[in-house]
Every structure is written in C-alpha cells, then in structure tokens.
Design a protein around this ligand. Structure first.
Ligand SMILES: [Zn+2]
Length: 295
C-alpha cells in the first residue's frame, strides 16, 4: 500500500454514491480526451476535481479549467508484479502526477518500462484509449515525455519538487513527518515543499509534525484494492496536528460506516526494520480513541 496509490481510490468507480455534477463533468471531459480541474473559491485548481475544497470545506466553484495533458511526477511506487485489475500487465509505477496548471495531484499508472526511468520531476503525458467511456481508465497510463533538450528554466522547475520530496521521504524513513512553515503566511505544509502555494515565496523553515490528526472529509470505497485492508475501506483527508493542509490517506482499524468527520486518528507505521524512504512506511491511519475534534 502506498500513499500515492490512495489517490486512485478517489475515482468514482469506488464511491458508494452516484457521480455528482463536478466529477461527472471531469468524466465527460475524459471521454472527450480532455483533462479538467475545478476551481476553488480561493483560486486553486483541483485535479481530480472534488465537490468540496479540502482546505475550507466550502463547495467548489462551477469553473472548470483545462489542465495538462502533460504533468510532472512527484513520487511513485513501483509495481514489480502487476495483478489482475491493474491497468498494465507489465511492471509499472503508480505515480503521483501534478498536471500542468493543477494545484493538486492525481495518481495514475506510468508506463516507464523500467524503475530506473522513474524520478521526481519526470515529465509524463497521458496515453489515451481509442475507445473512451467516461472513466479514469480512459487514460490507459501516462508515459514519459520525450525531452532531449531541457532548458535551464525547465531544469529548475523539475528539480525543486524533487528535492522537497526527497527531504520529506528521508523523514518518513526515520518515522518522522517533515513539513515546512511559510515565513510569510505562517501556514504549515506537509509534505515538505520549497515554496508556498498561497504566497509563492520560498520556504526555508522546516518543522516536524506529529503523526496524529483529524479526519476532515472521507469517502467509502467499495472496489477491492491490494493496498486496502478490506472492502469497503475508507480514504480520507487527515489534517495533521500543527499543519494547515490535509493529506490524503487510508483509514483502517474501524468499520467504514463508523468513520466520521472530526475523528482523531494516528498513523500506523510498518515495523522499523521494514521501512524505506517511501510513503509505504505508513500503512494507514487508525482511530486514537480520543474525543472528536471540532473542525
Ligand atoms: Zn505563505
């Protein structure tokens, strides 16, 4: 199970509810070979779109903007032995991809051929299916962009998230969640990033945040997934204590129907000897038993 792959579980095939207008629009555009995000009142572009701004809980605006189709790999988890139901029948990566123009990332398969081809900052583009039906699988996978010439500006652009991610994963390997605090607006972001998405200023202050937090929103998923402990399972946005932006994760250790907004949870880490520099170190979040928090 990886954090990256959890985003895949956000797609509506796994939801118990019907497709609302926001996700419906996303899927309709997919069928037509376009990728769109939805704008929040704060001006961020969510891809895949959500009906509510994870930062504020407010309904998103009705503004859709075309994004991508190319994007940048932020992190990934290599699948050596694909299973039935995986998008590819050969080794591939589940990758967290930030599409150009988007402020959030989605997870999709990257058909890179070899794990050595994967790196933070890798530029990828969608490989569309000829026949599309309005599902996330209308994109068979993403494939690396062929870029023989890399301009200095582009180099700068792709290196920055890579460094921040490396710093974050270094912490995760040590069982620590490393975030950062913007010197201008004082918001704390986890994972660690090098610039503030609100102010655009460079961030230099590193902060450790605890592995406890509060569920802000969640979805119950009914499609089996090798990373999930059972079906149905819950994917949720968890606002870590001391941070200002929720992160997406699995929630387990509780029946899906008992999960609620405001529930206090803690990361469940894999045993120390099994840890690597990846998000697979956190299996999921489980209830702490504390009283619910006010959101
Ligand atoms: Zn800021």
């Amino acid at each position: 199970m990886t954090l990256e792959a959890r985003h895949v579980l956000e797609f509506p095939g796994g939801y118990t509810r019907t497709t609302g207008p926001v996700i419906g629009r996303f899927l309709t555009e997919l069928r037509d070979g376009r990728l769109v995000g939805v704008r929040t009142a704060g001006g961020r572009t969510l891809v895949p779109p959500l009906e509510y701004d994870p930062d504020t809980g407010d309904a998103v605006t009705g503004d859709f903007v075309e994004v991508g189709p190319a994007g940048t790999v932020e992190s990934w988890s290599w699948v050596h032995a694909p299973r039935a139901g995986h998008p590819l029948d050969r080794p591939f990566a589940w990758a967290l991809i930030r599409l150009d123009g988007a402020d959030t990332s989605l997870v999709h398969a990257v058909d890179a051929g070899d794990v050595k081809a994967m790196r933070p900052g890798l530029r990828v583009r969608p490989r569309w299916r000829a026949e599309r039906t309005g599902q996330i699988t209308d994109i068979e996978s993403f494939v690396p962009e062929v870029t023989k010439i890399v301009s200095p500006v582009r180099t700068e652009y792709v290196l920055k998230p890579g460094l921040a991610l490396a710093r974050f994963l270094e912490g995760v390997a040590a069982g620590v969640l490393v975030g950062c605090r913007c010197g201008s607006c004082h918001k704390v972001y986890v994972p660690y990033r090098l610039s503030c998405p609100e102010c655009g200023v460079a961030i230099t202050e590193e902060v450790e945040v605890p592995d406890t937090g509060t569920i802000t929103t969640f979805a119950i998923n009914n499609l089996p997934d090798p990373r999930a402990p059972e079906v149905p399972f819950v994917s949720a946005y968890v606002l870590l204590d001391g941070s200002d932006v929720p992160m997406i994760t699995l929630v387990a250790g509780i029946a899906a129907h008992e999960v609620r907004q405001g529930m206090r949870v803690r990361a469940v880490w894999v045993p120390e000897e099994e840890r690597t520099a990846s998000m697979t170190n956190i299996k999921w979040f489980a209830p702490t038993g504390e009283p619910d928090a006010e959101l």
